[in-house]
Design a protein around this ligand. Structure first.
Ligand code: DGL
Length: 307
């Protein structure tokens, strides 16, 4: 049987946003192989009911497990908020989400113990960040706001411009989104600023791609927190504690699969990562749907997350 240390880490998101987590994973764990599934055909997850998102989590977790992964990273806040606890119960490998690492980084960074969080409607409505922050430090107050249109802006901005990502993002703020981006961002962020936050959690894996523009709106005194680096640290510690980390002699392979258009995923994904994804493979939504047993579907519909 294949040595568990040689197995890939499974990572998934509703689409491209989770690649911001892959970037950190590769930099923190350069010897690890990664199998990434971007569920682009069903993106966005943010407006969907938790039960539906939980079904997606179980389908994709089952697909990844059938490909011999040694650990799963749910690189999507919405899917973490709805489905992390259930996935941890169902799968026999460790499952790590992005909410708790983001909350931990925020609690460590805040000085005035007033923390802002922006995310999708699903993430904010779940209260997952407030719960995670409270579990770490009950004296911290969380001010949260949904910012669903930021997901569309990232997706549209990526598709509109062929220049390098950094210039795309500055160009996005100057040309494509202005003035509407700033109006929208102020609508989302001004109440948090007025609440006196000193850190703002980017509680959606798409949002780090807008961080320059978001920083301009919140101003230099608010520190932006993305959970990617903290998540990568947790993955490393988990693998090391279990003796499952890849050896330095390993030859890592990064494999990308999408339910959407593989050519587009390759083009946009390579720009987010800053290196070529290589050929992207396709998996059909129907194939994922077939994987879920009636027992799992029942669990997805009855199980609610939370304390
Ligand atoms: N990347 C997802 C997250 O972190 C959001 C995108 C979506 O709505 O699907 O929540």
């Amino acid at each position: 049987m294949r040595d568990v240390r040689d197995r890939p880490i499974g990572v998934f998101d509703s689409g491209l946003g989770g690649l911001t987590v892959v970037r950190e994973l590769v930099s923190a764990l350069p010897h690890e192989s990664i199998l990434y599934l971007g569920d682009t055909a069903r993106c966005p997850y943010g407006p969907r009911e938790p039960e539906e998102v939980r079904r997606f989590v179980l389908q994709i977790g089952t697909w990844l497990s059938s490909h011999g992964i040694k650990l799963v990273v749910i690189a999507c806040n919405t899917a973490t908020a709805s489905g992390l606890a259930l996935a941890q119960r169902v799968f026999d490998v460790p499952v790590i989400g992005v909410v708790e690492p983001g909350a931990r980084a925020a609690v460590q960074a805040t000085r005035n113990r007033r923390v802002g969080v922006i995310g999708t409607v699903g993430t904010i409505r779940s209260g997952a960040y407030s719960q995670a922050v409270r579990a770490l430090d009950a004296g911290v107050t969380v001010f949260s706001a949904p910012a669903p249109k930021f997901v569309d802006i990232v997706e549209a901005g990526l598709r509109m411009d062929d220049s390098a990502l950094e210039s795309l993002m500055s160009q996005t703020s100057e040309v494509f989104v202005r003035p509407s981006f700033y109006e929208l961002a102020r609508d989302y962020l001004d109440p948090l600023k007025r609440a006196g936050i000193d850190v703002l959690v980017l509680g959606c894996t798409h949002f780090p791609l807008l961080s320059a523009a978001i920083q301009q709106v919140v101003g230099p005194n608010v520190r932006l927190i993305s959970s990617a680096a903290e998540t990568a640290r947790e993955v490393r510690e988990t693998l090391e504690a279990r003796g499952h980390a890849a050896p330095e002699s390993a030859r890592p392979r990064h494999r990308f699969v999408t339910t959407g258009d593989p050519g587009e995923f390759e083009r946009l994904g390579s720009r987010i990562l800053g290196w070529p994804t290589g050929p992207v493979e396709a998996v059909g939504v129907e194939e994922l749907e077939r994987l879920i047993t009636p027992e799992l579907a029942a669990l997805a519909s009855t199980r609610s997350e939370g304390p």
